[in-house]
Design a protein around this ligand. Structure first.
Ligand code: NMX
Ligand code: MLT
Length: 389
């Protein structure tokens, strides 16, 4: 156990303006990211959790232990009893401009949910987020895509099964999509305390802002192409290559880098090896869509991109991250509009962020909660330039 006076990190001038890279700023009880082995949730490596029921992993986030059968049954029933997005929220979504990005819809939807149904109790609101977000996100898909009226939740179904029922994706195989989205939901739930969206959500909540508005801010961070939106850009890149031929892929990657473009789905601020969440998804692709041309392109890119990115010593991590291949799997299972992929990431990540906000607000400092975030910025270049008179 660290002593209050233990020095964890020496801050020098060189650390300023570095995106707080590596600064210890707090503690996290839900997950941990190891640079080489990747994420574990409350001590369980992600690969051990990927095939569990999604509600069991949400329970793990909120309670820091896997549920017994009885606890899981009770939790599932509790979550089901909380379903139901207020009709006013659906009406507000219908008024949003279709040209808005689905993430802008999700950010708005979270604010609408807060306006209409926040209780002000972080624990209650966190559970309500888990219960209601699938319906909100399904409504966003249906209204913005013009698939028809939102579909009501079915109390007989599990969380993701119900989400797929409410999506009712035209032409999709619901069973295949459900198995994919259950794993997707578990893999994207949490990634330590310091990823941008989680950090932002906790920062905003530290002003005692409610969970819905805090998550709206968090999702604004996830919307950025360097964070969650890389899953959309990665599929678009794979589509643009137009061939799974390694030589064609290599040419595309080299051209992109020569034009100062990012190779989305590759690199990480903390990881220094292939992200286990990507490894799991490559394995899943080999089972569900091994012959899909876009999946084969992404699978070949896994080899070619790493080879090319390793030639640039400034790139700390040349390996695939969570976003490298997810889009090709979603596409193969019928979700073909890549603009929506980050919303699926957000649906899952809001559970982890909500759990971390609960810890910071009602558990830390003997229940008082962590104080309002207020880091120090060092004043620079502030000498008055114009002499009076
Ligand atoms: N493609 C091109 N350049 C890269 C890449 C990449 N995939 N990764 C890092 N670099 C560059 C980076 O822009 C920086 O350049 P400069 O010094 O000129 O500013 C340099 O390499 C050093 O960056 P790193 O220290 O390796 O990475 P950093 O911690 O700053 O950033 C990411 C991490 C994830 C933002 C970065 O690797 C990246 O932009 N990757 C592509 C976007 C992506 O896949 N994001 C998803 C991350 C996972 N998620 O879901 O949030
Ligand atoms: C995440 O899942 O949030 C990403 O891998 C980014 C991060 O951890 O910084």
């Amino acid at each position: 156990m660290a002593e209050p006076t233990d020095v964890l990190f020496e801050i020098t001038q060189a650390h300023l303006n570095s995106g707080l890279r590596g600064f210890p700023v707090g503690t996290c009880r839900t997950s941990r990211v190891d640079p080489n082995t990747g994420v574990s949730y409350v001590g369980y490596p992600i690969a051990e959790l990927a095939d569990l029921e999604e509600e069991a992993v949400a329970y793990l986030m909120l309670h820091r232990e896997l549920p017994t059968d009885a606890q899981l049954t009770e939790f599932v029933a509790d979550i089901k009893s909380r379903r139901g997005v207020p009709p006013k929220v659906i009406e507000l979504l219908k008024a949003l401009p279709k040209e808005g990005h689905p993430m802008e819809w999700l950010i708005s939807g979270l604010i609408f949910l807060g306006m209409t149904s926040k209780t002000g109790d972080y624990v209650e609101d966190a559970k309500n987020v888990v219960a209601r977000l699938p319906e909100l996100v399904a409504a966003i898909f249906r209204i913005r895509s013009g698939w028809g009226e939102p579909i009501a939740p079915n109390p007989e179904l599990g969380l993701i099964e119900d989400f797929v029922h409410m999506l009712d994706v035209p032409g999709a195989d619901a069973e295949a999509l459900t198995s994919l989205l259950r794993v997707f939901y578990i893999l994207h739930m949490d990634h330590g305390g310091g990823n941008l969206s989680t950090f932002t959500g906790k920062t905003v909540a530290s002003a005692h802002t409610d969970i819905f508005a805090s998550l709206g801010a968090a999702m604004s961070g996830l919307y950025g192409p360097l964070h969650g939106r890389a899953n959309q850009d990665c599929l678009n890149f794979v589509r643009t290559v137009g061939s799974s031929d390694p030589a064609e892929i290599e040419k595309f990657i080299r051209d992109a880098l020569a034009n100062k473009k990012k190779i989305y789905g590759y690199g990480h601020a903390v990881l220094r090896a292939e992200d286990p969440r990507a490894t799991i998804q490559y394995g899943l692709g080999e089972k569900i869509c091994p012959d899909d041309e876009l999946f084969r392109t992404a699978a070949n890119m896994r080899i070619v991109a790493v080879k090319v990115l390793k030639e640039f010593p400034k790139i700390s991590n040349p390996y695939p991250n969570v976003d490298a291949v997810s889009g090709t799997l979603l596409n193969a299972c019928g979700l073909t509009d890549s603009d929506f992929y980050t919303v699926l990431f957000g649906l899952s990540r809001c559970t982890g962020i909500a759990a971390q906000i609960v810890d910071e607000r009602v558990r830390f400092r003997g229940g008082k909660g962590a104080p309002i975030y207020r880091p120090k910025y060092v004043a620079e270049d502030q000498t008055p330039r114009h002499v009076k008179g």
